[in-house]
Design a protein around this ligand. Structure first.
Ligand code: 3PG
Length: 212
């Protein structure tokens, strides 16, 4: 899959809803009800971070939930890409981009949202054909004002900013022309998952869905 093809698919996924939940799952038993709760609230694209032991099995379990589009986040190495694809991930997300990671996504046909945080990083990815990128870490790197400035000279790149974004500040990003959606973990708080309070998570998802 070429970078341009990957970005086309990534754009399609990013346009499904204003927010892509960034999920850190410690318990495999949470995977299915969590995905059901988020999809029910109107957030179909789900990013499961490969940071916990059960993440790949969680991708498998969540992929069975009707209406969900499950991807893998925190892709750092070619091995992560191969494992994510084997688990059924429909897309990948990385905090950054290395040539080895990009080569693996091409080889395994995994549409990637590669991470960038500076104009030069954005330009390097654009040169390769990536017109849809993750802006990370969004708040810490300069926030919505920074992204707006990047959009003046480089309007052809669209972003999914992630990192430090909340329901309150998400509208600042979503108002920009070069934003397709935002990513955030706030829609799946750990305490709600531990309580099994899936209704609360559906409410958070519905609030996030109503941002646009
Ligand atoms: C991450 O990869 O951790 C994401 O950027 C999520 O960030 P958040 O927890 O600040 O929403």
């Amino acid at each position: 899959m070429t970078p341009a093809e990957q970005s086309l698919k990534a754009a399609e996924i990013c346009r499904l809803a204003p927010v892509v939940p960034v999920l850190v799952l410690d318990d495999l038993a949470h995977a299915k009800p969590l995905a059901q709760a988020l999809v029910a609230g109107g957030l179909p694209a789900l990013e499961v971070t490969l940071r916990t032991a059960c993440a790949l099995d969680a991708i498998r379990a969540m992929s069975e939930v009707p209406g969900g589009v499950v991807g893998a986040g925190t892709l750092l190495t070619p091995t992560d890409v191969k494992a994510a694809k084997a688990a059924g991930a429909k897309f990948g997300v990385s905090p950054g981009a290395t040539q080895r990671l990009l080569d693996a996504c091409a080889e395994y046909d995994l549409p990637l949202l590669p991470g960038a945080a500076t104009a030069s990083e954005v330009m390097a990815l654009l040169e390769m054909g990536y017109t849809v990128q993750k802006f990370f870490p969004a708040e810490q790197a300069g926030g919505a004002a920074y992204l707006k400035s990047i959009g003046s000279p480089i309007p052809q790149v669209k972003f999914c900013p992630t990192g430090g974004i909340s329901l309150k500040i998400a509208p600042d990003y979503l108002a920009l022309k070069n934003i397709l959606c935002v990513g955030g973990s706030w829609v799946a708080p750990k305490d709600a998952m531990l309580r099994g309070d899936w209704a609360a998570i559906t409410t958070l998802a519905a609030e996030a869905c109503a941002l646009r």
